[in-house]
Design a protein around this ligand. Structure first.
Ligand SMILES: [Zn+2]
Length: 339
């Protein structure tokens, strides 16, 4: 760590510890910080070739939740919606805890911690992944490019991408991600299967264990949490050209979830694989037409009264407590978030 960043961290910690920011909070308008988590695991390192860096350890997650329960005001997404619409006042430092993708560990590791601390959660699930007990395509491609013994990948456009160096592998993986992010349903599945075949990696070994079951989603509802849609097949919706496919990702996932959960599904989370933007005026209008009340993005920042609830910003937690506190404080103050 450089002397510069050590000094920066000291200043951040001091500002938080002296509660200097609390004074500023009282003078500021209220903002809600919607935190975005993915996977919460006991041993994140075991899954680096599939989920990469979207895993937080169970130990760190528990510490973060304890801090939220003690020093912040965790609330339900429905309360946040009421606040955005001007129907509800909120206490200071309100936070909403959300999870994307629908990993099994959300139900088995994260939810018990939330339940203990009385923190309501929002779980956005990728419907086809739950249906088939297979992780979203990003994990499958990461596994294929991380574990293949092949020296090159033939790509999809006539170019050949060497895989001998880690830089080459990373580049090929990125090219595959950018291509696949625009695909949906069967075409997307076909592309992933072709990559797996060419790279001779076969299916992921643990793929049947990574995703939540429908029974687990229902239990989350029974425990008072919210389950929302994260599309059918996890494309980047802003880059899906076909109107019918785009509509189906939003509509079919909502219909399927409502059927499986036997309750209305009004909350949505935009997948954000690799490309930006990951939402557009067209996707927002479609969300509105189809009856979604909120949609969260991965755009950084907090949510204020009067914002469009269909393009809500979120805050990325960092792995350490100081980083989490700093990102939350910046969000509450309406400041750009530091990395
Ligand atoms: Zn996702």
């Amino acid at each position: 760590m450089s002397a510069h960043s050590t000094a920066q961290n000291w200043i951040k910690r001091s500002l938080i510890a002296t509660r200097a920011l609390d004074v500023i909070h009282r003078l500021q308008r209220t903002r809600v910080a919607v935190l975005m988590y993915h996977s919460v695991m006991e041993e994140p390192e075991r899954h680096a070739t599939t989920l990469g860096n979207i895993i937080i350890s169970a130990k760190n997650f528990r510490r973060q939740m304890e801090v939220l329960a003690r020093d912040y005001n965790p609330l339900s997404l429905n309360d946040a919606l009421q606040f955005i619409q001007g129907h509800k006042q909120l206490p200071a430092k309100p936070v909403v805890v959300t999870f994307d993708d629908g990993y099994r560990d959300n139900a088995e590791v994260a939810a018990p911690i939330l339940n203990q601390l009385d923190i309501p959660g929002v779980f956005y699930v990728t419907v086809s992944s739950i249906d088939r007990a297979m992780p979203p395509w990003v994990a499958k491609l990461r596994y294929a490019f991380s574990t293949t013994g092949k020296g090159a990948w033939g790509g999809f456009n006539g170019d050949v991408y060497p895989l001998a160096t880690s830089g080459g592998r990373e580049r090929a993986f990125t090219i595959a991600l950018e291509h696949c992010a625009c695909l949906t349903g069967r075409i997307q599945e076909g592309f992933v299967a072709e990559v797996e075949r060419e790279l001779e990696t076969g299916a992921m070994p643990e793929e049947s264990q990574l995703m939540m079951t429908w029974q687990q989603t229902r239990k989350l509802i029974d425990e008072g949490h919210i389950v929302g849609s994260h599309t059918m097949s996890h494309p980047n919706l802003a880059h899906v050209q076909d109107d019918l496919e785009l509509r189906s990702e939003l509509e079919e996932s909502k219909r399927r979830l409502e059927q499986k959960l036997d309750s209305p599904v009004i909350h949505f989370s935009y997948p954000c694989p690799v490309l930006q933007p990951h939402w557009s005026a067209r996707t927002v209008e479609l969300c509105r037409q189809l009856g979604y009340s909120t949609a969260v993005t991965t755009d950084p920042g907090a949510v204020s009264e009067g914002d469009d609830p269909l393009t809500m910003h979120r805050v990325r937690p960092t792995r350490d407590i100081d980083g989490l506190r700093w990102n939350l404080e910046c969000a509450f103050l309406g400041r750009p978030l530091s990395k």
